[in-house]
Design a protein around this ligand. Sequence first.
Ligand SMILES: Cc1cc2nc3c(=O)[nH]c(=O)nc-3n(C[C@H](O)[C@H](O)[C@H](O)COP(=O)(O)OP(=O)(O)OC[C@H]3O[C@@H](n4cnc5c(N)ncnc54)[C@H](O)[C@@H]3O)c2cc1C
Length: 332
Amino acid sequence: MPNNNMPRNMYDVVIIGAGCAGLGAAMYAGRLNMKTLIIADNIGGTITLTDVVENYPGFIRLTGQELADNLRKHAEDYKIEKEEAKVTKIRKEHGCFFVETNEKKVHESKTIIFATGTEWRKLNIPGEKEFASKGVHYCALCDGAIYQNRVVAVVGGGDSAAKEALLLSQYASKVYVIVRGDKLRGEPINNDRVAKNPKIEVVTNVNVREIAGDKVVKGIKLDKPVNGNTTLNLDAVFAAIGHIALSQLAKDAGVSTNEKGEVMIDRESKTNVPGFFAAGDVCDTHFKQAITGVSEGVTAVYSAYTYINENEFICPVGNEDLMVKVENKKKK
Ligand SMILES: Cc1cc2nc3c(=O)[nH]c(=O)nc-3n(C[C@H](O)[C@H](O)[C@H](O)COP(=O)(O)OP(=O)(O)OC[C@H]3O[C@@H](n4cnc5c(N)ncnc54)[C@H](O)[C@@H]3O)c2cc1C
């Protein structure tokens, strides 16, 4: 890794986000001897919110928290720096990046790996905000145990919905899965488990119109009858209808996103902004899993490493406090 004439505390890479993608990237950056800082407000990220992971190669079965801990320990086995903070701004000046945090720190870096993941997509129906945490939830692992021997519903039709229902069936007496489409589209193995689970009832071609209750949730109103009734009496609703990319910081730094707001990357995890790479659920890749996020993170590191080697980072002589410029060696 060329050091050039760098008097300042300039990182080779600042990784924003410490989920699977960011932690995988940090491990690889450490391995490549890159001067690395990883910043996140939640070390471990989304995978820690799922109970069982059975599709991460090399581990037949482990909890999401164990997988996150393994990734973190592997990254920490190399010389990297870690900071728990929220990034509030990323700006590029004269070819280098400045990363600002809510702790009023500013870090300089030659490259960025953006791996901020997603937030829960909301149902946007009456009662959702009113009963938030009073029967409306987004994470079965976090809140499912409250509903021992109660009736709950999962709203959603993908693999996350299937997994949430399976987990909730360990506590609840009955779990409805409310699917807008004509079938549950989970992984086949999870669909089979749902079908065989006597506590779970999948209801298809139906939409939730409203969440009803008084101080807490008492039921949901549907757009057509289920078991002869348009209201299902229950104690909690778990929304599992997908996620929204947390891409605003990247957008503000000039990075292109698609119509869903996902950061657009190529097969080398490059964005349209030179030196700015991205990985994981925040990106426009269709299949979003722990392993795909790690793969994009590792690819991003290799691209960042190559980018640094292909460019020269120079402090103007006699003006070392000024911005560092980037010049492409190939152009010389
Ligand atoms: C219910 C459920 C079950 C799942 N089960 C599986 C499974 O069995 N197998 C599997 O492979 N995948 C599973 N997934 C998908 C998997 O969890 C994700 O694909 C993966 O965790 C995404 O990792 P990521 O690093 O891209 O994002 P995340 O894990 O979301 O990490 C984002 C990181 O960015 C940080 N961050 C965001 N904004 C900022 C900011 N402004 N400043 C600082 N830090 C910031 C967060 O704190 C966090 O550290 C499941 C998902 C869900 C919801």
